[in-house]
Design a protein around this ligand. Structure first.
Ligand code: NAP
Length: 214
């Protein structure tokens, strides 16, 4: 079971839809169970029947084997502190890019731990943290028949967990997973999202990344 904490936002719903289409069972989490159910219902027309359900965040954390953290960076610390007990021994995938917006321009937020993913590792010492999907466009994920033609850079210190998430990424049509090394590299991937959002403003597009030369 794959679960999404903060799964009612576009990124959580988009990834939930793509994993459901790849044959996975998915739980969308929210602080409010009603909102979670609404978000699950919004995907019902595109996802296989019964593949996406909504639940409160705590139930999602408890019932899922792989737990995605898809809240804004400002909510990461309180959210993970509140769910820590449910996440012991779990594979936790952090998709957070810490950003602020000023006059429509995105900037990366400095994180004391180095990155949102490393902060998550410090907050959840008994979970295995993988950083991935920070550069993938939610808008494109939510259009189910669109092949994405993008790379997903996956960073983790645990090699088995990294391989598992790389395989999951490649279950999405048009995604190639790229081994991004250890969690210490997650900061570069997170920061790149600010650049992509500023490129989007210029080109009125949903840009993503592709690594060449490997
Ligand atoms: N959007 C993208 O294209 C994109 C792409 C790559 C990565 N990301 C990353 O993915 C994460 C989610 O992005 P998003 O655009 O889906 O974000 P979002 O819509 O702003 O937030 C996602 C969900 O987080 C929950 N949330 C919001 N504030 C919270 C708080 N203070 N405490 C606890 N939960 C809170 C909300 O769910 P409930 O109110 O239902 O609890 C909300 O629906 C972000 O960290 C972003 O950097 C986004």
């Amino acid at each position: 079971m794959i679960g999404f904490i903060g799964g009612t936002g576009p990124e959580g719903r988009g990834l939930a839809l793509r994993f459901a289409l790849a044959g996975e069972m998915v739980l969308i989490g929210s602080r409010d169970e009603g909102r979670a159910n609404e978000a699950a219902k919004s995907l019902a027309g595109d996802a296989p029947p019964g593949s996406v359900r909504g639940k409160a965040n705590a139930d999602v954390a408890h019932e899922s084997d792989i737990v995605f953290i898809a809240v804004p960076y400002s909510a990461q610390r309180p959210t993970l502190e509140g769910l820590k007990g449910f996440l012991v021994g779990k594979l936790v995938v952090n998709v957070i890019a810490p950003l602020v917006f000023e006059k429509g321009r995105a900037s990366a937020v400095r994180v004391d731990a180095g990155s949102a993913a490393e902060e998550a590792r410090d907050l959840l010492p008994e979970s295995t943290i993988v950083a991935a999907f920070q550069n993938i466009s939610a808008q494109k994920l939510l259009v189910p028949d669109q092949s994405l033609d993008t790379d997903v850079v996956v960073c983790a210190d645990d090699s088995d967990a990294k391989q598992k998430v790389m395989a999951l990424a490649e279950a999405i049509s048009g995604v190639r997973a790229v081994d991004g090394g250890g969690l210490a590299n997650a900061r570069y991937v997170e920061d790149l999202t600010a650049l992509l959002l500023n490129i989007n403003r210029i080109y009125k597009a949903n840009s993503m990344i592709k690594i060449v030369g490997i």
